[in-house]
Design a protein around this ligand. Structure first.
Ligand code: MSP
Length: 683
C-alpha cells in the first residue's frame, strides 16, 4: 500500500453570506500547510466546501424570494471563486446538497440506528436559528418577555430565542464522556492549542448529555426510512455537516476509486477551524460520532483565534468591519501598483504574520498596508532588487566564478531551516516568518556594511562577487521557504533568478542550483512600495468599488517605487534600468484629424497616421489647442500603451506633452519639425 495521503480540512462554510477575511483566514492557514506538505513530497488531499442544509440558509433564501437550492448554487460558487482568487490549492470541494454527501449522511444515520446509538424521544428547548443550536433553560435569560442566550460569546446570537417542541431523535452522546477523556489523555497532541484542549476537557468532564440529531423541517437531508418516526424529519445540520469529512473522500462510496482514496487518506491529519466551533462540535460530537461507527479519530484538531477589525467584532450591522478578501487584495494591488495576485500574497502574509496562530487578532487595513511596505517592499523586495541590480550592473547578470570567505548568510539560512520546517509542522506560521525575516534583515544589513558599490570602484570584484553569490542564495532560499505563504510572488522571484520549476523543500538549501555562469533576469520589483498610507486611503478601497477592482497582470509596473537597487536611498536617486526604458515604444505620428469630445472639456479625439496603421488617440489638450491647429503636425506617440476606454471611445496610445505646471503655460505638445516619416522609432 502506498504512503498515507496527508488529509487536511477546513470547516465548510454556511452560504448565507459571502466570505470575509475571517473565513479566508482558515483557508489561507490550511493552504500554507497543504503547500508545505506537498513541497516536502507528501501527497495531499485538501478538502473545503460549503454547508448548505442549514435552516438559516433556507430562511435567507426565502426572505430574498429565492429557491434555496438555486441560492445555494450561486453562493457556493461565489465562495469557490473567492478561494480560487486567493490561490487556495484545495483538492476537493464538497457541497452538502450534493448526492455523494446526502447518500452517505443518510447511510451513517441508518448505521447508527442499527447499532443502537440513536433513540426516539421528544424535544423542547430554546433554539437559536443563527447559531443552529439548542440551549437549555439554565443557559438562557428572560428580558422584556423574550428569551436570550444568558452569556453569549462574542460570536453567538444576541437575538431572541425560539421555543421549539417536537419529536426528535437522540444520539447517545452521554455514553462517550469517559471514552473521550481516556482518548485525549492517551493522545495528548490531538487537540490544540493547549487552551482549547483544556476547555474541551472541562466541557466533557462537566457531563455530556444525549444530543438531538433530527429536526422537523423541510430543508435538509431526510432521515433514512429505517429510523422510526423519522417522517418529516431531516438530520440536524451540525450532525450531518460534520460527516462531510467522511463523505468527500469516499466513505461508503460505491465508486472503488473514491473508496481507495478514503482508505489512503483516513484519518485526517489536521482539521482546522476557529474556536467557536471547536469544543462542542469538533472536539466532542465529531469524535464520538466516529467512534460510534467504528472509524478512527482525527490525528489533530486545531482551533485558531477570532479576528476583530480595528478592535470591533465583525458584523454586518457594522459594515466597516466586513473586509472582503478579494476586494481588499485588489485594493492593496491598486495602491502598490502591483498585480492582483501579489495583493493576495500580501493579504496572506499579513494574516499569518500578524498574530500567533491560535490567538485572537485584530485586523487593521492600515496595519496590513504598513506591513506590506516595511516587510515586503523595504525588506524582502529591496533585498531581491539590490542583489539582481548589482549582478546586472557589475557582472552582466551572470553569477561570477569567485572564491573567498563566506559572509555567513547562507549558513544562517541553512541553520534556520529545520526550525522553520518544525514551525510549519506545528502551525507556528508567525514563528516561521520571523525566522525568515531575520535572514532577510541580515542580508540587507550585510549590504549596508559591505558597501559593494564602493568596493567595486576600488576594484574588489572578487569580494563583491562573493557577496552576490550569498545574496542570491538567500533569494533562492526565500523563494522556497516562503512559497507556502506567498506562492505567486515566490514564483515570480524564482523566475527572476531563473530557478528550475520543481520546487521542493530541499531546493531551499541546494546551493548548487545557482552555480557560477548561471544567468539571472534583470530586476523587476516584487513588491512595489505604496507611496502614502493613511486610514482614509486604507478605507477608500472598500467604499470605492472602482479602486477595489483587481488589477490585471499586464498593468503591473511602477518600477520606480521600489527602493533603488544597490545603494541606500539617500545615496542614489530612483534610476530605472535601460531595460525598463526600452520597454516604452516611442514613434512619430502625423495628426490626420482632430475634434472635441462632447461633454469632455479637456479631451480631443485625434486620428493619427503611424506609418503602418491609423489609430485613434484621445488626448487632454482641448484647453490649450484648437483642434484644427493640430492637423498636419508630427507628434510623438507612446505606441505600446495598452488601449483603454475614455468617454466611450477607445484610445490606442498617448501623445507626449509637457504636463501642467504651477508657473508655466501648460500643454506644450512634443512635435517634430524635421521631415520624419510617420512611424519612425524614437530613442
Ligand atoms: N457551517 C459551520 C461549520 C461546519 S464544519 C463541519 C460554520 N460555518 S461558518 O460559515 O460560520 O464558518 C465558520 C468558520 O469561519 C470558523 O470556524 C472560522 O474558520 C471562520 N471564521 C468566521 N469568522 C471568523 C472570524 N471573525 N475570525 C476568524 N475566523 C472566523 O460554522
Amino acid at each position: 500500500m502506498s504512503e498515507k495521503i496527508f488529509y487536511i480540512t477546513t470547516p465548510i462554510y454556511y452560504v448565507n453570506s459571502t466570505p470575509h477575511i475571517g473565513h479566508a483566514y482558515t483557508q489561507i492557514a490550511a493552504d500554507a500547510r497543504a503547500r508545505f506538505e506537498r513541497m516536502r513530497g507528501r501527497e495531499v488531499y485538501f478538502l473545503t466546501g460549503t454547508d448548505e442544509n442549514a435552516e438559516k440558509v433556507a430562511r435567507v433564501a426565502r426572505e430574498l424570494g429565492r429557491e434555496p437550492q438555486e441560492f445555494c448554487d450561486e453562493l457556493s460558487a461565489a465562495f469557490r471563486t473567492v478561494w480560487d482568487k486567493l490561490n487556495i490549492s484545495y483538492d476537493d470541494y464538497i457541497r452538502t446538497t450534493e448526492e455523494r454527501h446526502r447518500k452517505v449522511a443518510a447511510e451513517i444515520v441508518a448505521q447508527l440506528w442499527n447499532n443502537g446509538q440513536l433513540e426516539v424521544g421528544s424535544y423542547a428547548g430554546w433554539y437559536s436559528v443563527s447559531d443552529e443550536t439548542f440551549f437549555r433553560t439554565e443557559e438562557t435569560v428572560e428580558r422584556d418577555g423574550a428569551r436570550y442566550i444568558a452569556n453569549p460569546t462574542e460570536d453567538q446570537s444576541k437575538l431572541p430565542l425560539e421555543w421549539i417542541e417536537e419529536s426528535t431523535h437522540y444520539f447517545k452522546l452521554s455514553n462517550y464522556g469517559e471514552f473521550l477523556l481516556d482518548y485525549y489523555r492517551d493522545h495528548p497532541d490531538v487537540l490544540g492549542p493547549e487552551s482549547r484542549r483544556n476547555e474541551t476537557l472541562s466541557y466533557i468532564r462537566s457531563g455530556l448529555r444525549d444530543t438531538s440529531i433530527s429536526r422537523g423541517l423541510d430543508w435538509g437531508i431526510a432521515l433514512p426510512p429505517v429510523v422510526p418516526q423519522g417522517q418529516g424529519h431531516v438530520i440536524y445540520v451540525w450532525f450531518e455537516a460534520l460527516m462531510n469529512y467522511l463523505s468527500a473522500p469516499g466513505y461508503l462510496s460505491d465508486d472503488p476509486k473514491r473508496r481507495e482514496l478514503f482508505e489512503r487518506c483516513w484519518p485526517p491529519d489536521l482539521q482546522l477551524m476557529s474556536k467557536d466551533i471547536f469544543t462542542r462540535f469538533h472536539a466532542t460530537l465529531w469524535p464520538a460520532m466516529l467512534s460510534a461507527i467504528n472509524v478512527p479519530l482525527p490525528r489533530a484538531l486545531f482551533a485558531h483565534g477570532f479576528w476583530t477589525v480595528n478592535g470591533r467584532k465583525m458584523s454586518k450591522r457594522d459594515p466597516e468591519t466586513i473586509i472582503e478578501p478579494v476586494a481588499f487584495a485588489g485594493h492593496i494591488a491598486k495602491l502598490a501598483g502591483c498585480d492582483f495576485e501579489t495583493g493576495v500574497d500580501a493579504l496572506r502574509y499579513y494574516s499569518l504574520r500578524e498574530v500567533t496562530f491560535g490567538s485572537d487578532g485584530d485586523f487593521s487595513r492600515v496595519g496590513c498596508l504598513n506591513r506590506y511596505n516595511s516587510d515586503l517592499a523595504n525588506g524582502l523586495g529591496n533585498l531581491v532588487n539590490r542583489a539582481l541590480s548589482m549582478l546586472h550592473q557589475y557582472f552582466e547578470g551572470v553569477i561570477p566564478d569567485v572564491v573567498g570567505a563566506q559572509l555567513g548568510l547562507l549558513q544562517s539560512a541553512e541553520d534556520a531551516g529545520p526550525d522553520i520546517a518544525e514551525d510549519f509542522s506545528t502551525l507556528n506560521y508567525s514563528g516561521a516568518l520571523n525566522r525568515i525575516w531575520e535572514v532577510v534583515a541580515l542580508g540587507n544589513r550585510v549590504i549596508e556594511e559591505q558597501k559593494p558599490w564602493a568596493r567595486i570602484k576600488a576594484g574588489e570584484t572578487n569580494e563583491v562577487g562573493m557577496l552576490l553569490r550569498e545574496l542570491l542564495g538567500v533569494c533562492q532560499w526565500c523563494s522556497v521557504t516562503l512559497a507556502p505563504i506567498m506562492p505567486h510572488a515566490m514564483n515570480r522571484l524564482r523566475s527572476l533568478i531563473a530557478l528550475p520549476d520543481a520546487v521542493t523543500w530541499n531546493n531551499a538549501i541546494a546551493w548548487n542550483l545557482l552555480p557560477a555562469g548561471h544567468t539571472c533576469l534583470p530586476p523587476q520589483p516584487l513588491f512595489p512600495r505604496i507611496p502614502k498610507i493613511t486610514e482614509e486611503i486604507a478605507m477608500e478601497i472598500e467604499t470605492n468599488p472602482d479602486a477595489a477592482a483587481p488589477v490585471a497582470a499586464s498593468q503591473t509596473a511602477a518600477p520606480a517605487t521600489e527602493a533603488p537597487a544597490a545603494e541606500p536611498t539617500a545615496e542614489k536617486p530612483n534610476y530605472i534600468e535601460y531595460a525598463d526604458f526600452a520597454k516604452v515604444q516611442l514613434r512619430t505620428a502625423r495628426v490626420l484629424s482632430a475634434e472635441r469630445v462632447p461633454k469632455a472639456d479637456k479631451l480631443l479625439r485625434l486620428q493619427v497616421d503611424l506609418g503602418t496603421e491609423q489609430r485613434q488617440i484621445l488626448a487632454g489638450l482641448a484647453q490649450y489647442w484648437e483642434p484644427e491647429a493640430l492637423v498636419g503636425k508630427t507628434v510623438v506617440v507612446v505606441a505600446n500603451l495598452a488601449p483603454r476606454q475614455m468617454r466611450g471611445f477607445e484610445s490606442q496610445g498617448m501623445l507626449l506633452a509637457a504636463s501642467e505646471t504651477a508657473d508655466g503655460p501648460p500643454g506644450g505638445l512634443v512635435t517634430i519639425d524635421t521631415d520624419l516619416p510617420p512611424g519612425s522609432v524614437i530613442r
